[in-house]
Ligand binder design. Structure first.
Ligand code: MHO
Length: 218
């Protein structure tokens, strides 16, 4: 079964948001739990050095990318989650690995950034120093960093193999994004079951997802 095809509402447009807010494991799970977020991935972005990796990060930053349905969650809402959940000013780390970073993909996203940033500066009473620039590059991180918290539960991963035969399709699924949030305390099982009932997919597939979730042994 291909559970990643249509976990999307009708008439929707899929957009991508790219941001860094410290170690990428946390935001991967926080944003993966949000309704309207269809897919998450972690990687490296913002720098100039070629072929960044965890060990050879160069001048890049740990970054999360999310694909979202903007008829369900707006970029502005995403930005509020972003600034409400980390300290954006560079006083605590050396280098670029964990800086606060936003890479915008359209003028519309830039407008939203300026607007929400001004709102947040008033709220925190400080100038925000998030590194903001147009999107240029994103290199997917190593497999072990994708859905990191969910993978702390090998039994669960094993049970998901019936639905997602290969790790890549699991990692790219909305279901795994939600579960990766769920194991970190974001979102509730009941809400996820309810949400699945609205996903645009075959009834049979929905039943399989719900059953897997209900029967899951952690
Ligand atoms: N090992 C560090 C950071 C990991 S994150 C992928 C920690 O657990 O704090 O940079």
């Amino acid at each position: 079964m291909n559970s990643q095809t249509k976990e999307v509402s009708n008439n929707s447009e899929i957009k991508t948001a790219t941001f860094g807010m410290g170690c990428f494991w946390g935001p991967d799970s926080r944003f993966g739990s949000l309704r309207g977020v269809l897919r998450t991935r972690v990687g490296y972005s913002g720098g100039t050095t070629e072929f960044p990796s965890y060990r050879q990060l160069g001048d890049h930053t740990e970054t999360v990318e999310i694909d979202f349905d903007d008829s369900i969650i707006s970029y502005e809402e995403i930005l509020r989650h972003f600034w409400n959940n980390h300290y954006p000013n560079r006083d605590q780390y050396k280098g670029t690995q964990y800086i606060s970073l936003l890479r915008f993909r359209s003028d519309e996203q830039l407008d939203a950034i300026e607007h929400v940033k001004a709102e947040m500066e008033i709220k925190i009473g400080e100038k925000i120093e998030t590194d903001i620039a147009p999107f240029e590059n994103f290199t997917l991180a190593e497999e072990r960093h994708q859905k990191y918290y969910l993978k702390r539960y090998p039994k669960a991963i094993e049970q998901l193999k019936d639905l997602y035969p290969d790790l890549e399709s699991l990692e790219n699924s909305t279901f795994a994004a939600r579960l990766n949030g769920f194991v970190k305390g974001f979102g509730r099982k009941e809400d996820l079951l309810e949400e699945i009932s609205h996903w645009e997919m075959d009834e049979v597939e929905k039943v399989k997802l719900s059953r897997t979730l209900n029967d899951m042994k952690w």
